[in-house]
Design a protein around this ligand. Sequence first.
Ligand code: GLN
Length: 512
Amino acid sequence: MTHPCDLSLVEMSERLACGDLCPVALTEEALRRAEENKHLNAFVTLNKEGALEQAEQSRKLIKEGKMRALEGIPLAYKDMFCTKGLRTTAGSRMLENFVPPYSAHVVKLLEGEGAICIGKCNQDEFAMGSASITGFGGAVVNPLSDQAGKDQTGKDQAGKDKAGKQLSAGGSSGGSAAAVAAGIVPAALGTDTGGSVRQPAAFTGCVGVKPTYGRCSRFGIVAYASSLDQAGVFARSVQDAFAVLHHMMGYDERDMTSVDSYRGEKVNPDMNFGILLPSLDVVEKYPAISEWLKGMEMLLGKKSVEKNMIAGERYKTKDVNLQNLESGALEAYYIIATAEASSNLARYDGVRYTHRSTHRSTALKENNIDELISGSRSEGFGSEVRRRILMGTHVLSSGYYDAIYVQAQKMRRILKGIFEKMFETYDIILSPVTPTTAFTLEEAKNFSPQAMYLQDFFTVQASLAGLPCLSMPFVKDANGLPIGLQLIAPAFQEERLLAAASHVEKIIGYKP
Ligand code: GLN
């Protein structure tokens, strides 16, 4: 019989409703599993007491027949989401001791539906990265590490280079993805600025969904790049991911970019999928992409793939230049994201509430405030964050602003236009999620910054255009590691995304 923690969120909820399952026992088990999987380093902080209190409250409410939509469901949140009274670090030494006096809007919405927070998940520092290795608590380990390159009896298969190695869970929301993939919680929250929900979902074999920009309030989420940041959900199935997401979307006056209107339309069951594939040299360079393409042929049939492929010469129109979707998008993303980060992170100065340099605090006595701030920032931020602050400051500085930053904004506008054009023909756009499957932690540590940024090759486009998108497990590579499929829908068409992804799930016979 399936253990209650391994049930889908929807089944879990049904069993809780009929009294078959007790929220306290379920929460205890989730906490036990979190402890048992400590080696994954998926959590920064566990919320033992708080979670058990919440579970007790849920138990009472269920007994009184007052069950809410997510009553008693254990969840975990990336450490970017402020949680009242529970430490929130954004993976940074800068915020190592920060205990927020309020909760993020989406956290409050989930709490209001009875969800239980069992802990805060590990991540890349300030959500900058694609491997979850830069958090001050160390790297997250992909739960699939034990299975990679092994046959069914658990023996290493010859020639499978990743057997016995620790793999990256992807980033930057790697801890949340690992917590779901390891069966600790049925769903977890992440944030996605340029791919940080979709990429870890692909590496760990779960579903990761990012809604339209503006759908979920950013209030109370530690800011990285405000015009791109969105909350997202990890789960083991499409249905479960949306079961949580549906309760997170909605207007919030405290976020200027929050959207009021619901523009979901009736979903057309015969969807026309457009397939977005990069140029041939990219396909040839990355074996995972060739496997992905084979998977596409199995999913839609070779003929449809040929017909609906938005690639190369055949789709070179005045409006759609695929070159822009490739290198143009990645460059624009890193200019815009670092510019916004340099401005957002200026608030961490060691004066008000963040890390304060101890050996330089004497500077304060001597009235040397610059020394205090630079000391605190050099100690509090890790090297990747410092690199991005420098890059962002550079692209915004006078003389470079027009030459770099403004050009990136123009490219962003062009990309939006390309998607609008593609959606005139297609209902949903399909693409790979990442150029490779999960790399080893050893490899990740030796990546150059540029090699790490290339991981976002397929994910930044939808982020720059603010579109809802999702990553789901699709096919496998030679090591038996998952290769993800990305689905992108027009703005505010989350329902279409759900319908399309559920459809794909059925065709490929996906079972969590
Ligand atoms: N890897 C990208 C970056 O480092 C995306 C991160 C994210 O989505 N938070 O910026």
